[in-house]
Ligand binder design. Structure first.
Ligand SMILES: NC(=O)c1ccc[n+]([C@@H]2O[C@H](COP(=O)([O-])OP(=O)(O)OC[C@H]3O[C@@H](n4cnc5c(N)ncnc54)[C@H](O)[C@@H]3O)[C@@H](O)[C@H]2O)c1
Length: 355
């Protein structure tokens, strides 16, 4: 009797999100996290001991050479995603790359090209599209319930949530601040819900007013962020135009003076509109204005649940050939939007083309 195949996975970057991934994967009998790579011996020791992983490498390339892996998951800072992913793809491995896909659109494009050339699978860690609310609205869009979508509003606003771990305030390592770190989540699910239209131009402005000041001067969810190395925006506001004429506005912040944190989007179409949280559709039906709410949504709709769903979907894609809903091509489109918003901001908000 042949034993069922087990996916031999290596994780590159043994920090916070790697631990979240490993907790989910521990529930699967068909996955074995067999090795970890991290430039920090302390991170390797901490995660290795917690999850009982003996094979630990300070050089991920050595891990790829020595371990007989099927796939890797990339959980390192953003600017290392592209190089790491391309090295793993060229080594013949399938890759899950945490969001954002890369730090620039050019890097994301090279990743897509490498995946195509090598014939390996490249999936982006976009969990929000696995949320049942997103699926409910995407199906409504597919069924033409909104008609032609003309406008959308994307909001990823934390009242006071500048990360006090990692390198999230360092532009040269992350590629940007809240826009690329949390704006990416709401942008990717909005774009997915819209049916992934082609972005053609963008404009944006960035503002920094709090993250670069001593962090003990204000209350925060996460105290003690590294204000001395803080080189990213606190607030980004932008506008993206699509080939079909639709326009999105995006607002993203680590520190916005708002009543409460907001992770949400809204779409306005010619025959209907929708909002993500709480999931609702607004239409004219039978001559009346009708608000539609799902009578029941899978209760598995918390953050951890959609994160779990994305991890299971990656394994099912790689091991069992199930189609992915988070392909690298979607990652590239999202990266093009982020990249153009940052490019526009560097040109004092001038609209820039997305090629
Ligand atoms: N999907 C999500 O909701 C989600 C949530 C948090 C973070 N992330 C993403 O995961 C990535 C990591 O975030 P985190 O919160 O785990 O950060 P973290 O700082 O906790 O962990 C990153 C780890 O990568 C290691 N590292 C840095 N450069 C490396 C290199 N060249 N090779 C190997 N290891 C290296 C660091 O030593 C650190 O241990 C980021 O891209 C982030 O955007 C995704």
């Amino acid at each position: 009797m042949t034993s069922p195949r087990t996916l031999r996975l290596g994780i590159i970057g043994a920090g916070g999100i790697a631990a979240t991934q490993m907790r989910t994967l521990a529930s699967r009998k068909d996955v074995a996290v067999v090795a970890l790579a991290d430039i920090s011996p302390a991170a390797l020791k901490a995660r290795g001991e917690t999850f009982g992983i003996e094979a630990r490498y300070t050089d991920f390339r050595q891990m790829l050479r020595q371990e007989k892996l099927d796939a890797v998951s990339i959980c390192t800072p953003n600017t290392t995603h592209a190089e790491t992913a391309m090295t793993a793809l060229k080594a013949g491995l399938d890759v899950l790359c945490e969001k954002p896909m890369a730090h620039t659109a050019a890097a994301a494009r090279r990743m897509v090209e490498t995946a195509h050339k090598t014939g390996r699978k490249l999936v982006i860690g976009f969990q929000y599209r696995f949320n049942p609310r997103t699926q409910f609205l995407r199906r409504a869009v597919d069924n033409q319930e909104l008609g032609r979508i003309r406008f959308g509003r994307v909001q990823a606003l934390r009242r006071r949530g500048i990360p006090n771990w990692g390198v999230f305030g360092q532009k040269e390592l992350q590629g940007g601040g809240p826009l690329i770190d949390i704006g990416v989540h709401v942008l990717e699910m909005t774009h997915y819900t819209m049916g992934s239209p082609k972005p053609v131009s963008a404009s944006a402005d960035l503002f920094t007013y709090l993250g670069n000041k001593p962090s003990n001067q204000t209350e925060s969810v996460w105290k003690g962020w590294d204000w001395k190395t803080y080189t990213v925006e606190d607030l980004a506001v932008g506008r993206i135009r699509f080939e079909d004429g639709a326009v999105l506005h995006i607002e993203s912040s680590f520190a916005a003076h708002v009543e409460k944190d907001t992770f949400n989007f809204q779409l306005l179409g010619e025959s209907g509109g929708c909002v993500w949280d709480p999931a609702q559709i607004f239409r004219d039906e039978g001559g009346y204005m009708v608000d539609k709410v799902p009578g029941w949504l899978n209760p598995k709709q918390g953050w951890q649940d959609m994160f779990d769903a994305k991890m299971h979907a990656f394994v099912d894609h790689v091991l069992h050939g199930k189609p992915t809903i988070a392909p690298a091509e979607d990652g590239l489109a999202v990266q093009q939007m982020l990249d153009s918003l940052y490019r526009s901001a560097a040109k004092a908000g001038k609209e820039v083309a997305i090629r």
